[in-house]
Design a protein around this ligand. Structure first.
Ligand code: GRF
Length: 192
């Protein structure tokens, strides 16, 4: 059984999909803890599923390195096989990434390498993209630059606004994230 720690920053709908899927032992993975960089709403999903949570806020530390060290210690307390950034909106320093990669994956709401960064959906709309989507990738030291594991397209509709498009992307994203973690558990995807 693949053990997973998920890190989140927001509403946690991707986390919720992982928690629900993990309830079926046939899916081959379990969520053993959930961490956040703020008291995120999404932590409530973990609590509902009886999964331990931790919050490590950058503001409480002198610098990013010190914050990431404590975040890393909290993650490693659970000794996971895989860490999933499921809507985690902070950039992690090279020390954190280097210690976990390739067993550190991220989900991003665009077809990378198009539209990296925190405003992927807004940027896709501003660029007039007709198709965008979701990418699951191994985290490396860059911002949304690591090797791709899975991608799925989502059509941009002519009357889309950022919220509507992101919600449609997230429907696809939740499915793709669960499917990817299942395949990592089943070793049909090997991380490298
Ligand atoms: C997802 O689209 C994720 O890729 C992005 O932020 C969103 C998080 O959604 N970085 P949720 O918190 O899982 O609902």
């Amino acid at each position: 059984m693949l053990s997973v720690v998920a890190l989140i920053s927001g509403s946690g709908s991707n986390l919720r999909a992982l928690l629900e899927a993990a309830n079926n032992p046939l899916n081959g993975f379990k969520i053993i803890a959930v961490g956040a960089d703020n008291p995120a709403d999404g932590l409530a999903h973990a609590e509902l599923f009886g999964v331990p949570t931790f919050v490590v806020t950058p503001g409480a530390f002198e610098n990013r390195e010190k914050w990431a060290e404590v975040l890393y210690d909290n993650v490693m307390h659970f000794n996971p096989d895989l860490v999933v950034l499921a809507g985690f909106m902070k950039i992690l320093p090279a020390s954190f990434v280097g210690a976990l990669s390739p067993n550190l994956i991220n989900t991003h709401p665009s077809l990378l390498p198009a539209f990296p960064g925190a405003h992927a959906v807004r940027d896709a709309l501003a660029a007039g993209a007709k198709v965008t989507g979701v990418t699951i990738h191994v985290v490396d030291e860059g911002v949304d630059t690591g090797p791709h594991i899975a991608q799925r397209e989502v059509e941009v509709l002519s009357d889309d606004n950022e919220y509507d498009l992101h919600e449609r992307i997230k429907t696809v994203e939740r499915e793709l994230l669960v499917d990817t973690v299942k395949k990592i558990a089943a070793k049909t995807i090997t991380l490298a």
